[in-house]
Structure formats: structure tokens, C-alpha cells
Design a protein around this ligand. Sequence first.
Ligand code: CMC
Length: 430
Amino acid sequence: MNKKVELNIDGKVLELPTITGSEGEEGMDISALRSKTGFITLDPGYGNTGSCKSAITFIDGEKGILRYRGYDIAELAEKSSFVETAYLLIYGELPTATELAEFSTLLTENQMLHESMRFHFEGFPHTAHPMAILSAMINAASSYYPDLASGDNREMNFPHHAARLISQIRTIAAFAYRKAHDLPPIYPRSTLDYTANFLHMMFSQPGEDCELNPEIVKALDLIFLLHADHEQNCSTSTVRTVASSRANLFASASAGVCALWGPLHGGANQAVLEMLEEIHQEGDDGTKFLTEVKNKVGNRRLMGFGHRVYKSFDPRAVIIKQQCDKVLAQLHKSDPLLEIAKKLEEIALNDEYFIARKLYPNVDFYSGIIMRAIGIPTDMFTVMFAIGRMPGWVANYKEVMEDTDSRIVRPRQIYTGATLRPFVPLDKRA
Ligand code: CMC
């Protein structure tokens, strides 16, 4: 039975309807609050605000649970692939063999960028961050598909546009890397699977194919899969916000890339590596750095630790840590940064500062070490996150478009600025 929620404002009682999700999470519906009471709610960072109903991903941060469409992340990590999981997220069910084959074909058929996109790449300076290129090029790609802008066709062609975006983000990412390193572009190859194809575009040379070690392909595929969705995080909320204005799929995803870029979100994987490198260069084993973090010297944070939602452990971090050990063993690599990471983790997990604040390693803590071992440069780490997250953004975009109750996102605010005052002419200002 639903609990009764009453709000008492100066003796006037308003009963608020409640809503219970399929996993038992409870919410109170405040959509009539302002019209009935004049009050709004204030919730900086939306830590207590449900912005939508969604059937895509479930997280229980207290218990360390993450499920895509009801499937546990650990089971998907073990038994599924990134492409199959992408289908699951977007269409709601695991594909049949035929559906998976059709989806893979659609990805392959849509992997090529429009040839004139090459000129856009040429315009970027060599110093451009690949996330800037990625966001700009996803938006630019939308201009080659005019039907994206027209409502009816957009719906009809959704499977093509979705596949195009998931496939082309990988092509754009590899081209961005090659541009930054002054290397000629390598075109995608139809005979290769999604992740192998990406590594081919990154590391092959004209006339000389790179070696595709199956373990490395699997490790990167796993990284993509683990990043594929994460409910209403900063970038996904951004995608949904942009989609709520009925902007097209590519424009919404491009905004998601920008939101992901910041170091408190997807940019944390790059920030983790930079932090580990800095600690290493200073000859610190992590102890001095952690003391500074705890004393909030320069507002430093232990990057790759903490999460708004997870308060016991991040299940993705557990899987990725095991994968990290496997990849380094497979490549016969020992990495001093891994040793520092392990030391930081060991100290932090036993330190009162981190225990009291429920700060645990998140997905970004170890993913960077794997990517570094594979040879992916640090400034491409967040791009890897974006490739992985694209199916989640597409699934959320689809959900917004199919929700007949969806309204344009338009939060309120509590205004704290100056009250009405007369304009002061320039010669009278102090
Ligand atoms: N290192 C040191 N202290 C921290 C950290 C950290 N990584 N994270 C939070 N704190 C402290 C913070 O200083 C505050 O302390 P106090 O109560 O003394 O003021 C307390 O913990 C609560 O922090 P908060 O900023 O209110 O927490 P939040 O839920 O708003 O932030 C977070 C979540 C992920 C932004 C934050 O934990 C953080 O900045 N972590 C480092 C960046 C990072 O790894 N981000 C990747 C997140 S996982 C990938 C993704 O999904 O985006």
C-alpha cells in the first residue's frame, strides 16, 4: 500500500500523491506543488529529484547494484557483448539471433562518414582536445541527414539514425585521434566487429594492419559495455533535456558529449591518470597526496573515488579492476601507476575521511590503466567513455520521444539577485 505524504504549510495541508517504482523506490509527486501552494522545491544538483520515469537502467547505490533492462551488469559483462547490450538498452529486450545480425549489419552499413566530413576534420588545430572534435563532428554529421529535423520521418528512420550514431561515433573518435597525431585516416573495415574495427582505425597504418589481440579487443569491448548506461547522470540528463525541446538525436548526443567531458563526470578517467602520473613524478607513493586531499589543499580530490549514487561500491569498478590485472598479465606489463593506484585504494578504503563520506573507487579508477596498457593516449580516455555511453543516450532519447507526457525541461529557481532599481546613467556611476 502506498504511504500517505502530507505537506503542511502554515497549517494548510496538501496531500501529495506518491509513486513507487518497480524495484520499490518511493517518490512523492510534487508536480502540482507550485500551482496549489506557490512554493517550489530547491534541490541543488538534483540529489533528491526524480526528473523522469525510466525503464532503462536500475541502480541501487546502497547495495552496489546496476542493471540494464533488469539484467545484472556482472552477468552482462560475462555473457554479452557491447553491441548486444546496446540493442538491449535501446529496444528493451535481448535480441534474437536474427535481430542481432540485422542490428550488426545496420552498424556496419552506417559506419562511413560522409566524405566531405574530411574537410571539417582538417579545420581543427592539432591542439584540439578529441572531445571538442567529437562533439562538433557529431553535430556536424546531423547536417548530412536532413530528415533528422522533420518529426515524422525522424521516427520512421530512428533505427537507422541510432545505428548511424553508434557506429559513426567510433569512426569520428578514431579519426580525431589520427588527426591529433598527424596520421592519415584509416577507414573502417566491414569484416571486423565493432570494437576490433575501432582498434583497426586507431592503430593500423596504410598497407599495414595492426595486430588484433582477442584479449585486448575483449577488454575494450567490456569497457564500452560497462559504460553503456548509468541512469540519470549529468550527460544523460543533458541528452534528455535537449531532447525535451524536440532537438534531433545527433544534436542531443552532441550536448551529451560536452556534459561528459568535465573531470567530475566522464573526464575523471583522464584526471585519474594525470593524478597518478603526477604522484609518480613527485616520487610519492600516494601518502603525501592523500594527506593533501584530506586537508583539502587546493581543493584536491582523489579522482576516480566517490559517486553521487554508489555509497558502498561501484559494481563496474569491481569488474574493471579484475580486467585490469588480466590485461596487464596478458601484455606482460607492469605499470608503476597501477602500483600507486593500488596503494591509494588500500589507504583510502581504511581511512576515516573516505569511510565517513562513503567514498569508494568508481569505474574510472582502473579503466584508465587498461586503456593506457592498450596504447590509447590519455586525452582519448573520455572519448572511450563517450563511445560506450552512446547506446544509453540513444535509449534515453528514444524514451523521451515516446513519452506522450514528456514536457520541455524547464526548472524553476529561487532568485537571489537585486530587487527592482532605477537605471543609473553612465556619468553618474561611481
Ligand atoms: N576525494 C576527496 N574528497 C571527496 C571526493 C574525492 N574524490 N569526492 C567527494 N569528496 C568529499 C567532498 O569534499 C565532500 O566533503 P565535505 O563533506 O568535507 O565537504 C564530501 O565528500 C561530499 O562530496 P560532494 O562533492 O558533495 O559529493 P557529490 O555527490 O556531489 O560528488 C562526485 C560526486 C563523483 C562528483 C565526487 O565524489 C567527485 O568529485 N569524485 C572525483 C571525480 C570522479 O571520480 N568522478 C567520476 C564519477 S564516476 C563516472 C561517472 O559516472 O561520471
